[in-house]
Design a protein around this ligand. Structure first.
Ligand SMILES: C[S@@+](CC[C@H](N)C(=O)[O-])C[C@H]1O[C@@H](n2cnc3c(N)ncnc32)[C@H](O)[C@@H]1O
Length: 384
């Protein structure tokens, strides 16, 4: 297994980390796409293929020219899962809104969510297919954490963990008695490609963003539901329930197939970090799906956030939201792990994110360093 390096960031090493990363970017500049990071800003309807080939440094998938959109899409049944090597491929058609992206009125001016950003397909392909993501796919015990070096070149080990267990993010085997995996996605945007693809391998998935984004997000999830064939989907917010009824006397073949499939609870819930207050007073009224996850006694909660760090103003409310989620679930004995993917644009904004997370909020932040991420314009951080 090619394990990624987990590098613990403290108030000194974060600056070295940023400096080295931006020098690395400068050196690789010729090979990297220099754009804002929108997957496709020309078309309102785009096709995204998630397959184990050509995870390039911009996050772009292999283009298949001449294919009509909205063609009859078939999930590739011939694919199989061996251990945690995932060979399933996915083909999604996403409706985005370039007009709303450029609008000064829609969603209170917060319009970045109306299109898909390239880090998201990049992250999915890495997590599903890369050998270096195996640790997250299947979990790993006693992962060594790397610390910065002191002046004598010795690795410094502050008064905190040196080894850590990484819980699996994909419940691929779905054995009974195995820990459940719940995902909460923050700032999902309209695409729904994370819940559709990862939804095949987890038990609960709650997709969240600001209210104005959610109706298009729901349409995209519903429109691509054929790409979620490994689970039977139950969803109040989407009005879906393909779980078979308990009366099995005259079930047809399809019902029988569904019966042996594990269930995914997939819900869409509005969360705005700037107004987010999660406690016993608000949970039932405003965040019923987050509350539902709290009822589980064991398992893992992965909080995913892709390309949500781009504006200094949003960093504090975002980090406060992460802290609230950590506190809220701390009573339920579930492990909360956050993965935050950042598109490296302004060095000031990324530095400010790490300063606020590590120094002000005193969060445990780790940079996940692998060859693929290093050769891209993206960074991946784990907070726990
Ligand atoms: C650059 S987009 C990324 C969208 C998506 N994750 C992707 O990769 O395609 C940033 C996302 O953060 C969301 N966002 C911005 N401010 C927010 C807030 N205060 N609360 C919740 N979400 C917010 C936006 O609506 C948008 O969906």
């Amino acid at each position: 297994m090619i394990a990624p390096i987990l590098f613990h960031l403290d108030e000194e090493s974060l600056y070295e980390h940023i400096f080295e990363r931006y020098v690395q970017l400068e050196n690789g500049i010729g090979d990297l796409k220099q754009d804002l990071g929108i997957q496709n800003r020309s078309n309102n309807q785009i096709e995204i293929n998630i397959e184990p080939t050509e995870v390039d440094s911009t996050g772009n998938g292999k283009k298949r020219a001449g294919k009509a959109l909205r063609k009859k899409r078939k999930y590739k049944e011939k694919t199989v899962v061996t251990g945690t090597v995932i060979k399933n491929t996915f083909n999604l058609v996403i409706d985005q809104s370039i007009t709303s992206l450029n609008s000064s009125k829609d969603n209170n001016n917060s319009t970045t969510g109306y299109v898909l950003w390239s880090i998201t397909p990049f992250f999915i392909k890495w997590l599903l297919y890369s050998p270096s993501a195996e640790m997250f796919r299947s979990g790993m015990k006693d992962v060594h954490i790397k610390y910065s070096r002191d002046e004598e070149g010795q690795e410094t080990e502050p008064n905190c963990i040196t080894k850590m267990d990484i819980p699996y993010i994909l419940n691929v085997k779905n054995k009974s008695g195995e820990n459940k995996v719940n995902i909460i996605e923050l700032g999902s945007g309209i695409s729904g490609i994370l819940p559709i693809t990862l939804g095949n391998y987890v038990d609960k998935y709650i997709v969240t963003d600001q209210k104005g984004i959610l109706s298009k997000l729901k349409e995209n999830i519903t429109g691509n539901i054929s790409q979620l064939p490994l689970r039977s989907v139950k969803s109040s917010s989407l009005g879906m329930d393909d779980t078979p009824s308990s009366d099995s006397s005259d079930e047809d073949e399809l019902t029988m197939i569904r019966r042996i499939k594990p269930q995914l609870c997939l819900e869409v819930e509005p969360i705005d970090w700037e107004t987010f207050i999660l406690n016993t007073t608000t949970e039932m009224r405003l965040y019923p799906y987050l509350q539902e996850i709290k009822k589980e006694s064991t398992g893992t909660i992965y909080v995913l956030a892709m390309d949500v760090i781009y504006n200094d103003f949003l960093i504090k409310p975002f980090l406060e939201s992460i802290k609230q989620l950590q506190n809220y679930y701390s009573t339920s004995q579930q492990t909360v792990v956050c993965l935050v993917g950042i598109h490296l644009r302004s060095q000031e904004v990324v530095t400010s994110f790490l300063e606020q997370a590590v120094i002000e909020e005193e969060l445990n932040v780790f940079s996940i360093d692998t060859q693929e991420w290093e050769q891209s314009r993206f960074n991946l951080y784990m907070i726990r």
